[in-house]
Design a protein around this ligand. Structure first.
Ligand code: ATP
Ligand code: FE2
Length: 350
């Protein structure tokens, strides 16, 4: 089976093509950039403008025509409603015109499963760090369960918010990574609450220092502080579940410093760490196509609709082998808690 996946939830319009064996045939996309951030109707207009071209590009890269496609999948949410409509309508029209089955899938779940496919990790703790989301998850009892998450904004959006104020444009994450390479540490608030994290106060504190402290120092310190928080909760999640794999996914997984810190922590815990390859870290159509394959081949059928607020833990994960995940959360209560994980690692890594 060959599946074509359409992504349109936010800044990216993407079309990816994959086989049911997981062979990636094409990954075409066009991203919206701006100075101010995302203005929904402008992003929608961007997607309308580029959609045909992105589709043609994907088909051409895969050396296929629509006749070769067996299934069309699209991101039905979560995301910006005007953008979701562009993807849904485009997918629906293609499905009708070429008489192909159509399946809507969850964008966030697709971020997780493309991580499994591209790294080979089977049953990891997932650290999903993107624009909107910052979550620790594990597959257990037929769902992805949220072990911890941001109490306010996702880290990507937090960095973008700071970057906008600092004049770095949107998206700011990659530019902040560049700036940070020559920066030095200044203290910022550090906010871990059990398994949850909070970024809003840290960003406000950093914004107040714009113009008073060199920008590279602020970028460096924001990265060190926020990434140390993520390493702390990820370590605690590994300890409590006794999992031996950590998988970093989402757009912020492009950041080399975050990868370095999580790799060092995992090594100390003798856990296997992998980050989704850069090409599949941010939004793209391949992850939607792969999620389409997983769900369609396990019997899921839907009527096309958009779900702007659908959460990751609402989706049944019947494609995951129950035996490999059923013990995820059940095994630890009788075991002694891991002391190391309960100790707070408050000082940012340097
Ligand atoms: P979600 O998946 O939660 O719906 P999204 O789709 O908007 O959110 P992604 O495309 O997965 O998010 O990620 C985009 C985010 O990744 C942006 O906020 C961007 O600034 C951030 N980002 C991209 N590259 C880097 C980098 N090198 N360092 C830090 N952040 C980065
Ligand atoms: Fe995303």
């Amino acid at each position: 089976m060959i599946c074509l996946g359409i992504e349109s939830t936010a800044h990216t319009f993407g079309v990816g093509i994959i086989t049911s064996e997981g062979k990636i045939l094409a990954n075409a996309r066009d991203c919206y950039h701006s100075v101010e951030g995302m203005i929904p109707n402008e992003v929608k207009a961007h997607h309308e403008l580029v959609k045909e071209h992105v589709l043609a590009d994907a088909l051409q890269k895969a050396q296929l025509t629509m006749n070769d496609i067996d299934l069309i999948a699209f991101s039905h949410g979560p995301g910006l409603a005007p953008c979701l409509h562009v993807g849904k309508n485009f997918a629906e029209n293609l499905s009708k015109e070429h008489n192909k089955p159509l399946l809507g899938v969850n964008h966030c779940v697709a971020h997780l499963t493309i991580g499994n496919l591209t790294t080979g990790l089977q049953d990891p703790i997932y650290l999903y760090v993107s624009g909107v989301n910052t979550q620790l998850l594990v597959a257990a009892h037929g769902r992805f369960r949220v072990l911890g998450e941001t109490l306010d904004i996702g880290l990507g959006n937090a960095l973008d918010k700071f970057g906008r104020k600092a004049g770095l444009g949107f998206p700011a994450g990659p530019k902040m990574e560049q700036q940070a390479s020559t920066g030095a540490y200044v203290e910022l608030p550090y906010a871990v609450k059990g398994m949850d994290v909070s970024f809003a106060g840290i960003i406000t504190a950093a914004e107040r220092k714009i113009g008073k402290i060199p920008l590279p120092d602020l970028c460096f310190s924001l990265q060190e502080t926020c990434f140390a928080m993520l390493a702390e909760v990820a370590e605690r999640a590994l300890a409590h579940t006794r999992k031996k794999e950590l998988l970093l996914i989402g757009g912020v997984a492009a950041n080399k410093r975050l990868i370095q810190m999580l790799a060092a922590m995992s090594k100390e815990r003798v856990a296997t760490f992998a980050a989704v390859p850069l090409e599949y870290a941010g939004d793209q159509g391949v992850m939607i196509a792969w999620q389409g394959v997983l769900e369609y081949s396990h019997g899921r059928r839907t009527t096309p609709d958009i779900h702007p607020y659908e959460r990751t833990d609402e989706i049944d994960t019947n494609w995951i082998n129950a035996s490999s995940t059923s013990s995820s959360l059940a095994s630890s209560p009788q075991e002694p808690p891991d002391k190391k994980a309960q100790k707070s690692a408050r000082s940012p890594c340097k």
